[in-house]
Design a protein around this ligand. Structure first.
Ligand SMILES: C[S@@+](CC[C@H](N)C(=O)[O-])C[C@H]1O[C@@H](n2cnc3c(N)ncnc32)[C@H](O)[C@@H]1O
Length: 415
């Protein structure tokens, strides 16, 4: 079952947005919506923002010619001009984070990185169940459909204008009118029969929420990889090492849940309208529930969230001071001055096997006088065990649920 029918059949997901799939076709669409690139005067340059925050198309730039040059590296993905927005009738909405990709070479680079991620660096021969978040006018979608086909690719978009554009271009493509944050990814993956691979030039106003929704979805193995753009600063937080200013909640969660890498930096000039900041393309390979359970060794993600968010609320303070109130609430104040708990057998075993993550998991004796940015992701797991109690390893069942909405509840903002 594809996403549209899945969503329509799942009333629980209809949270204020009309779920619909446009079936309209428009024979003159190509001429109307996509001007040939030889008409360089048709390519808009001057977006201006009016008083209510909407972006308006001020004028075309007669001198702008989109690049149609393929990248120099040999690749099955050649650069072609990106789609143009319909003149006059389509103003990008700042409120929906609409910054459209206009540079074909950047599109090629993103698609190549996505293919690498989705095939696990070529270890898998096929890419299945691609979900594009926020396809917009189709800069990435057009290439995805060309490479993988409409049987494999589906999209989720909130702006009906984009849905109309995409359906006219790709009548067989599933484009679902829904809020990215309201999609039940585990149910979708279940219905598709396999884990999803995600791609998206994300709307930046909800970047963290989307990332956390995907992390939650990885609890059940619903999402395998995600190759997504985001503000450069947010990307840096995901990959930041311990004891740096960028290290925070995003770093702990994604370095615990996934292998995460920054593919490359993206300048504002490749978008319409141009954002004020640089962007990053980040590749996330989720570990999946089994490996995650190994790392957590019985610690509940909801408890971990409590510890991590409380510790980072005041990152200048020592962990002892930040967690004092929580210790009182949980009636475990004695742990603040005591040694760490012994590591569970499964963590010790992983250490014996040389597992890098496990080797950094033990808490030092002076953990309480550290600042949160000094603790490794695995040490936060042990801190959680200290506060919320040891788990009897016999009850760490193979399929113990890790939670459906653990991280995504957090408010969007600087993390
Ligand atoms: C940065 S634009 C990317 C557009 C296109 N993929 C591109 O690269 O040119 C973000 C897209 O996400 C859509 N969007 C914003 N908020 C959304 C939400 N909550 N759910 C679904 N789509 C959303 C916007 O309408 C827009 O099409």
């Amino acid at each position: 079952m594809r996403l549209t029918s899945f969503l329509i059949h799942n009333a629980a997901l209809a949270t204020g947005f009309v779920l619909k799939q446009s079936t309209k076709t428009h024979p003159s669409f190509q001429q109307y919506y996509f001007r040939p690139y030889s008409h360089s005067s048709s390519v808009l340059q001057g977006w201006v923002q009016d008083n209510d925050g909407e972006w308006q198309w001020e004028e075309d730039d007669p001198n702008y010619t989109p690049s149609t040059t393929a990248t120099t590296t040999a690749s099955p993905v050649a650069a072609v001009a990106t789609p143009q927005l319909p003149a006059g009738s389509f103003r990008p909405k700042k409120s929906l984070g609409q910054n459209y990709l206009k540079d074909p070479n950047t599109v090629v680079k993103i698609i190549k990185a996505f293919h690498q991620d989705a095939t696990h660096q070529g270890q898998r021969s096929t890419v299945k169940r691609v979900v594009e978040l926020g396809p917009g006018a189709g800069a990435l979608t057009d290439r995805l459909v060309e490479i993988y086909g409409t049987d494999v690719v589906q999209c989720i978009e909130i702006d009906e204008r984009s849905i109309d554009i995409l359906h006219k271009k790709h009548p067989d493509l599933q484009v679902t009118h829904a809020d990215i944050l309201q999609v039940n990814y585990p149910q979708l993956a279940d219905l598709e029969g396999q884990a999803l691979v995600v791609i998206g030039n994300l709307p930046y106003y909800i970047t963290s929420q989307i990332l956390f929704a995907l992390a939650d979805a990885s609890h059940s193995g619903a999402v395998d990889t995600a190759t997504v753009t985001m503000q450069w600063e947010v990307g840096q937080r995901m990959v930041a090492p311990t004891s740096t200013k960028d290290y925070g909640i995003l770093s702990v969660v994604f370095q615990l849940y996934a292998d995460v890498k920054c593919h490359f930096k993206i300048p504002p000039t490749v978008f319409y309208p141009q954002p004020k900041v640089d962007s990053a393309l980040i590749g996330v390979h989720f570990l999946g529930p089994n490996q995650l359970r190994q790392r957590l060794a019985g610690v509940q993600p909801a408890h971990l969230r409590r510890i991590v968010t409380t510790a980072f609320q005041q990152r200048r303070k020592t962990v002892r001071n930040s967690l004092k109130k929580l210790a009182q609430e949980l009636e475990v104040t004695e742990v603040l001055n005591g040694p760490p708990r012994p590591l569970p057998m499964m963590v010790q075993k992983a250490m014996d096997e040389g597992d890098e993550f496990a080797l950094q998991q033990p808490l030092p004796d002076n953990w309480a006088s550290k600042r949160p940015e000094e603790l490794k992701p695995g040490q936060f797991v042990e801190l959680t065990r200290l506060f919320f109690g040891p788990t009897d390893e016999a009850v760490i069942a193979e399929n113990a649920p890790l939670g459906q909405k653990v991280w995504r509840k957090m408010k969007h903002g600087k993390l």
